[in-house]
Design a protein around this ligand. Structure first.
Ligand SMILES: [Zn+2]
Length: 85
């Protein structure tokens, strides 16, 4: 799939970081159309919206990893833990 173009400098920086953290580069993940983190194959249908596709172009995360990484921290989960009186 097509991904957003990155400058050479951006590419070198993100590749170095990704290699360190994930054991593969963002360039490699994009080339193989896999998630840079969990290596799940991705395609156009893997993402719920355009924003998520663009995010894949920048970070290389699949939808699942995006949801995990960018999930809003819940301040207090009162409703779930409330006693069922
Ligand atoms: Zn993933």
């Amino acid at each position: 799939m097509e991904v957003m173009e990155r400058t050479k400098e951006m590419q070198e920086q993100t590749d170095a970081a990704a290699q360190k953290i994930f054991g593969r580069t963002l360039t490699e993940a994009h080339a193989k159309s896999i998630c840079v983190d969990c290596a799940t194959p991705v395609n156009e249908d893997s993402f719920k919206d355009e924003i998520s596709k663009v995010e894949y172009g920048m970070s290389g995360f699949c939808q699942v990893c995006q949801d995990r990484v960018f999930a809003e921290p819940e301040p207090e989960d009162v409703s779930v833990n409330a006693p069922a009186a």
